[in-house]
Design a protein around this ligand. Structure first.
Ligand code: FNR
Length: 357
């Protein structure tokens, strides 16, 4: 277990076992899921000393978030299965903690209400909208418009899911649909669907770089691609002019045979050469994990499951506790590495355990 064992154990205690499995699980044999955390444990930091690290400044520049913390909330679906207030609690907590919330298209609260909840806490709190491009372009366009009208400041297109991953736990539990009383609220009243009802979220095996180009023509919001692992894809994304990449294997929920994102990050950093911001998610559980990711070229990281555990354990306060602890741990790690700003974390500070340098 990891830095958030307490929240995890409490969440497991209070959650319906089927919901717990949905949140905790990964694809196949859950090798990628396990490796995401284990890979961080195989890396170590080689601190610099006597560099005068007072007055630290953690702010980073991101598209649609010019003054952000380098720790963000990764998009995860169905928060009302974790807590009755669902995404409203998550949004308030992220705003209070000063982190960017990437709100899942599969949220159980509509995006306009999610953004309003965040903005009630902090008027300029950035909320990004995560999108699966839908087979029907009109539906995609309606979702983009909904996110723009709500006040989202960037779009995150998840590109690692041409089909659903194989979640063995959900199959065993017979979990295929949301229970009665819950819905993917962003899918309500969309073109071609029932007026008052919700459409199903569809995965689109046919989506290609051409669809990303069409999306960019649809919106003035920055567009980031989430779920890139191959350096050649990172290169293509830069060529297409996207505003950022999230290096991710979907928390081990899609292709189980993938390496951990932190293992491929240095290759992607090389491929991109600083042209656009790189973000990373998967297995980030400690402030030192954040420091390692930034040293290897990420501008910021996302956290998925720990936020859900905090939400299940203690609602808004639980999420805030998770995010604030990560921020404080990261600040401390930065100081202990001899850094004052995120940019002071450089690749030479990361070594593999067992080799020492
Ligand atoms: C996810 N993830 C995800 N990603 C996405 O783009 N859209 C989504 O709706 C979801 N939903 C979702 C549900 C649950 C329960 C989990 C655990 C994950 C993936 C998520 O954004 C992120 O990539 C991982 O969660 C990061 O890994 P960690 O922090 O959970 O290890």
């Amino acid at each position: 277990m990891n830095g958030f064992a307490e929240q995890h154990d409490r969440a497991k205690e209070v959650l319906d076992p089927v919901a717990y499995d949905y949140f905790a699980g990964g694809a196949g044999d859950e090798r990628a899921l396990a490796d995401n955390e284990n890979s961080f444990a195989r890396l170590a930091l080689l601190p610099r000393v006597l560099r005068g690290g007072a007055n630290r400044d953690l702010a980073v520049r991101l598209p649609g978030a010019p003054d952000a913390l380098p720790i963000m909330v990764a998009p995860t679906a169905f928060h009302r299965l974790a807590h009755p207030e669902g995404e409203l609690a998550t949004a308030r907590a992220a705003a209070a903690a000063g982190t960017v919330l990437i709100s899942s298209m599969a949220s159980t609260v509509a995006i306009d209400e999610v953004v309003a909840a965040a903005h009630q806490v902090r008027a300029e709190a950035p909320v990004w909208f995560q999108l699966y491009l839908q087979p029907d372009q009109q539906v995609t366009a309606a979702l983009v418009e909904r996110a723009e009208r709500a006040g989202c400041s960037a779009l995150v297109v998840t590109v690692d899911s041409p089909v659903f991953g194989r979640h063995e736990r959900d199959r065993r539990n017979g979990f295929h649909d949301l229970p009665d009383g819950y819905a993917a609220e962003n899918m309500r009243g969309l073109p071609g669907g029932p007026a008052e009802d919700t459409r199903d979220i569809e995965m689109s095996p046919e989506i290609s770089w051409r669809h990303v180009e069409s999306l960019r023509a649809m919106t003035r919001l920055p567009v980031l691609l989430k779920g890139i692992l191959h350096p050649d894809d990172a290169h293509l994304a830069v060529g297409l002019g996207v505003d950022g990449i999230i290096v991710s294997n979907h928390g081990g929920r899609q292709l189980d045979a993938t390496p951990a994102p932190i293992e491929v990050l240095p290759h992607i950093t090389n491929a991109v050469g600083g042209a656009i911001p790189l973000l990373l998610d998967g297995g980030v559980r400690r402030g030192t994990d954040v420091a390692v990711a930034l040293a290897l070229g990420a501008t910021a990281v996302g956290v998925g499951r720990p936020v859900v555990w905090g939400l299940a354990a203690d609602g808004e306060k639980g999420v805030r506790d998770v995010l604030e602890r990560l921020r404080d741990e990261f600040d401390q790690a930065l100081a202990l590495c001899g850094g004052r700003r995120c940019g002071d974390l450089t690749r030479d500070l990361v070594v593999r355990r067992g080799f020492g340098g």
